[in-house]
Design a protein around this ligand. Structure first.
Ligand code: TYD
Length: 193
């Protein structure tokens, strides 16, 4: 089972992904957690490039996909052996940020996503939805992706993507306290496991 967490910067998805990982682990379920970009050694090097250089949008898009390609290679065997894999960001991030956020061609991004994942899709995606102003108030290390106007478009993009695949997405109101959001996640997990 592949579970992904998505949302804008400061939406709290990293916290919730980690809580979910710990929760499943305590239940005795074999579970792994990775983040994007990164999650592998080459992926982490790619992450450094993405975080430290002001890159051309096309370079940026290809680097996110390159990092993902390595991660997919890493997680395929884990899924095959029956582990649950939790990802802090995956293909929907690229559609939301580079597509809806930066205005790059959505079909091109879908094609690249399919290329690097070989068609691997999440079984379940939690979208932590929150107003960018609220989210940015929570972010300590602001990155160059943390522009309120960009994040507004990213948020709207995420909501559109979720609407297109209601059976995969669970949209959570992330302006609520962390504990309440996590309870909702647990309820969903209990019905799925
Ligand atoms: P990160 O520090 O991981 O932020 P967060 O904790 O919010 O996930 O930085 C990842 C940044 O990269 C984040 O601003 C979103 C952006 N991003 C994309 O623009 N496209 C992508 O495909 C991915 C995976 C991330």
């Amino acid at each position: 089972m592949l579970i992904t967490f998505e949302g804008i910067d400061g939406s709290g998805k990293t916290t919730q992904a980690l809580r979910t990982f710990n929760y499943l682990k305590e239940k005795g379920i074999k579970v792994h957690l990775f983040r994007e970009p990164g999650g592998t050694d080459p992926g982490d090097q790619i992450r450094n490039l993405l975080m430290n250089y002001d890159l051309d949008p096309i370079t940026e898009l290809l680097l996110f996909e390159a990092s993902r390609s390595e991660l997919v290679r890493r997680i395929r065997p884990l899924l095959k052996e029956g582990s649950v894999v939790i990802l802090d960001r995956f293909t929907d991030s690229t559609l939301a940020y580079q597509g809806y956020g930066r205005g790059m061609d959505l079909d091109l991004i879908r094609t690249l996503n399919d290329l690097v994942t070989g068609g691997l899709r999440p079984d379940l995606t939690f979208l932590l939805d929150v107003d960018p102003e609220v989210a940015l108030g929570r972010v300590r290390d602001r990155s160059r992706f943390d522009d309120p106007d960009l994040l507004r478009r990213v948020r709207e993009g995420y909501l559109k993507i979720a609407e297109e695949e209601p059976e995969r997405f669970v949209v959570l109101d992330s302006s609520l306290p962390e504990e309440k959001v996590f309870k909702r996640i647990v309820t969903v997990l209990e019905t799925r496991f």
